[in-house]
Structure formats: structure tokens, C-alpha cells
Design a protein around this ligand. Structure first.
Ligand code: CP
Ligand code: NVA
Length: 305
């Protein structure tokens, strides 16, 4: 890894991603128990979570370590205590911090003042652990990453940003269909284009979901309203109304295409009722693979594996 922290997929090289996926395969096969004996991970969460919290907690326990969970009500980052002070105090107790913050800037401040590794457990800008587990899931299903085509339908959000960077690094073509005003950030697109120039990945942005999905190997979507944007939910429902992934849209993808979603899903909004139960859906593999991939990540970051 480039530094002590994982705040963005851009903290990783293509080789780092390949090695994490390869180690996640071993983890899933039941390897490396007790590797993190005596180590403690703090989970500092400003927003709710099911998958991220539970997968990190179980991952640490299965590797012989332990976790301390600090809930949104307990943290008070920047209110009860300044972020730099919280970072320096936590560094005296724990071996690593996984933080879920509203603002990515809070994460960057935590990381710059902590002298233990900080992992992005989701911010408004990125969700790198999700993207890494997703690439692992794609690799399991397709046996490769290079030259596949992923079509992301919907909001150019944190999940889209991390997937775009991860796909561009690993040579996977990335198409995204979003309404005007809800595209991925230019800064992330520019970074990804640089990676794509090296890896051979092709990036394509459009407003038309059918163009993005046509012939794709992977169809991916996420909620239209992310945590922290709840006040915009009604407006977003109208703006994204033509961006629902349903059987009609999915029929334009390859016959063997898979359907992905990080969960939680809003059934009947970004995904048609029942479609995540279809044989193409791999959403529960994605959720399970968060744990295996994060075990590989923790082994690397806390034990140099
Ligand atoms: N996919 C994901 O990060 O889920 P949680 O918000 O439940 O952690
Ligand atoms: N984009 C969603 C992802 C949740 C896992 C959010 O930030 O709420």
C-alpha cells in the first residue's frame, strides 16, 4: 500500500488490489486464524451500518483480535471533542481505526493526526472496502477483471467513485448512466482516466441507462438518496425515475450478466421489486465477501501480510 491508511481506492496500486483479492480467496477458504491476536480495531461510526460494522467485527474476531464500536451517539467527532484530539487519543489505545463519517475531510483529518492506520468505512466521497469486496465478487463469478464491462446506473456517489477508480486500475471497462447534476465528480473522473490510460480500461459517461447497460457483464446500482441526503429524497425520486434497474433494462446486458448492489436497497426505487432475488443477483455474495476481503485488508495493514 502507498501509505498507512486506506481512505480512497487511489491509496492502492493495481498489484495491491490483486494481492488483496488473492488473499481474500485464502481467507474465504478458512486460512490465517490468530494472525491478529492481541490487536484492537476501533469502529468510529457517525452513520448507521449493518454490513460494514458486522463484517469488520467478525473479521477481527476470526483473526484473533477484537473491536470497540463507537456509535453515532457516542462519537461526537468535532463536537464533544476535536477530530485531531480524538485521533491522537485513539492512537494510544488501539491498533487501527475504521471510521464512517459524513465528510471525507473528517477522515483525512483523523488519518493525518492518528499514528495508527485509518480505514474508510464509507464517507460522502468514497466506499473503498465495498469496491474491493465487489471486485472480489466479480473475480469469483467471472474468473477475471480485465476487459469485463461494468455498467453503473444511478447516482455518481461514494460507491460509484470507488468502483470507478477500482475498475480503471484493474483494466475493467466502466460505464455510468446518471442524470445531469448527479454525475461522478470531475476530480475522480480525471484520476480514473489516468489509471485507465495505463490499464487499457475504457470509461464512458452518459445520461442514458440503456446505452450503458447494452452488452455489459455487470449491472450495478445503488440507492438514489445516500445517508445524509434524506432531505432530498422526494426530489431525487423524481429525477432518477428513469434510472430503475428492472428486467427490461437488465435484458439489454449480456445473457450471463450479474446484478450487483451494495445494500441496503430500496426495493421499488433503484431496483424493481423482486429483481434482487433473481438468479442474476449476487448481492448476498457481495455482502459476505465484505468480511473475507476485509480480513485480507486487516492482515495486510495490521500484520504486514
Ligand atoms: N454496504 C454497506 O456498506 O452496508 P452498511 O451501510 O450496512 O454498512
Ligand atoms: N451510497 C450509499 C451506500 C450505503 C452503503 C450511502 O452512502 O448511503
Amino acid at each position: 500500500m502507498k501509505g498507512k491508511d486506506l481512505l480512497s481506492v487511489s491509496d492502492l496500486s493495481r498489484e495491491d488490489i490483486r494481492s488483496l483479492i488473492s488473499n481474500a480467496v485464502d481467507m474465504k477458504a478458512g486460512g490465517w486464524l490468530s494472525l491478529l491476536s492481541g490487536k484492537t480495531l476501533a469502529l468510529v461510526f457517525e452513520k448507521p451500518s449493518l454490513r460494514t460494522r458486522v463484517s469488520f467485527e467478525v473479521a477481527m474476531r476470526q483473526l484473533g483480535g477484537q473491536t470497540i464500536y463507537l456509535s453515532p451517539a457516542e462519537v461526537g467527532l468535532g463536537e464533544r471533542e476535536s477530530v485531531p484530539d480524538a485521533a491522537r487519543v485513539l492512537s494510544r489505545y488501539v491498533d487501527a481505526i475504521a471510521a464512517r463519517t459524513f465528510s471525507h475531510y473528517t477522515l483525512e483529518t483523523l488519518a493525518s493526526y492518528a499514528n495508527v492506520p485509518v480505514i474508510n468505512a464509507l464517507s460522502d466521497l468514497e466506499h473503498p472496502c465495498q469496491a474491493l469486496a465487489d471486485l472480489f465478487t466479480i473475480y469469483e463469478r467471472k474468473g477475471e477483471l480485465n476487459s469485463l464491462t461494468l455498467a453503473f446506473i444511478g447516482d455518481g456517489n461514494n460507491v460509484a467513485h470507488s468502483l470507478l477508480l477500482a475498475a480503471s486500475l484493474t483494466g475493467m471497462n466502466f460505464r455510468i448512466a446518471s442524470p445531469t447534476g448527479y454525475r461522478v465528480q470531475d476530480r475522480i473522473l480525471h484520476l480514473a482516466q489516468g489509471y485507465a490510460n495505463d490499464s487499457g480500461a475504457k470509461i464512458f459517461c452518459t445520461e442514458e441507462p440503456r446505452l450503458a447497460v447494452s452488452g455489459a457483464d455487470i449491472v450495478y446500482t445503488d440507492v438514489w438518496t445516500s445517508m445524509g441526503q434524506e432531505a432530498e429524497a422526494n426530489r431525487r425520486r423524481q429525477i432518477f425515475a428513469n434510472y430503475q434497474v428492472n428486467s427490461d433494462l437488465l435484458s439489454l446486458a449480456r445473457e450471463d450478466a450479474i446484478l450487483m448492489h451494495p445494500l441496503p436497497a430500496h426495493h421499488g426505487e433503484e431496483v424493481a421489486e423482486g429483481i434482487l432475488d433473481s438468479p442474476k443477483s449476487v448481492v448476498f455474495d457481495q455482502a459476505e465477501n465484505r468480511m473475507h476481503l476485509q480480513k485480507a485488508l486487516l492482515a495486510e495493514m495490521l500484520a504486514g501480510y
